[in-house]
Design a protein around this ligand. Structure first.
Ligand code: PRP
Ligand code: URA
Length: 205
């Protein structure tokens, strides 16, 4: 299942993110805002439980978030941009990191780091702004499952159809939440129209 954001504000933010003249400081802040929207969308079915409270006027029973707590697993390095918005939006978030880097010639991702909190019983969101060939996301989802994580969701800002199909081939039960599904990959495996190299634009490298 792939779910894209359909909201005028998401389109507005995406256009500025894509614009090559957008500077890293603005780029970071736009990525933050868009990730908050994605985090809310990707958690639309979180369980809630009843809680009795008193408003200033009368007693009532509201609803609050129930267990399980959320784990965000960020794919280094660009996925780091998506961690803080999750932590600022939800009350109980722990964070893991999987380090993956694409080879510039082959576009195949190499795993160089892994640090994960306990995953069993948690609601897990793997975050990476770009889903291109899908190689990085497939590896990260596999690592999460090897560490006992059940039913991880994938949250990305821009996806290529090729990457979404690759994730669905290897992890058919994984829901993919994106801000936008773009047209295709180019010959260097960059997303078109895309926004370029997210990590470079985020960190000014
Ligand atoms: C980028 C991006 C994804 C990956 C997507 O990271 O952040 O992790 O490419 O490509 P794929 O779907 O073809 O695997 P990159 O490897 O450039 O590393 P970086 O985050 O350190 O810049
Ligand atoms: N990684 C990026 O940062 N951008 C792309 O278009 C593809 C992979």
């Amino acid at each position: 299942m792939l779910r894209a954001l359909h909201h005028p504000l998401a389109e507005h933010i995406l256009t500025h993110l894509r614009d090559r003249t957008t500077k890293p400081a603005t780029f970071r802040s736009l990525a933050y805002q868009l990730t908050v929207m994605l985090a809310i969308d990707a958690t639309h079915d979180l369980p809630t439980e009843a809680k009795a409270i008193d408003t200033p006027l009368e007693p009532m029973t509201g609803r609050v978030l129930a267990h399980p707590p959320i784990v965000v697993v960020a794919i280094l390095r660009a996925g780091v941009a998506m961690v803080q918005p999750f932590m600022d939006t939800f009350p109980d978030v722990s964070v893991g990191y999987v380090g993956l880097e694409r080879d510039h010639v082959t576009a195949v991702a190499r795993n160089y780091y892994c640090k994960l909190p306990p995953l069993p019983g948690k609601r897990i969101f793997v975050v990476d702004p770009m889903l291109a060939t899908g190689g990085s996301a497939v590896q990260a989802l596999t690592v999460v499952k090897q560490h006992g994580g059940a039913d991880p969701r994938l949250v990305c800002i821009v996806a290529a159809p090729e990457g979404a199909a690759e994730v669905q081939r290897h992890h058919p039960d994984t829901s993919i939440h994106v801000a936008v599904l773009d047209r295709a990959l180019n010959e260097r495996k960059y997303i078109l129209p895309g926004l370029g190299d997210f990590g470079d634009r985020l960190y000014g490298t």
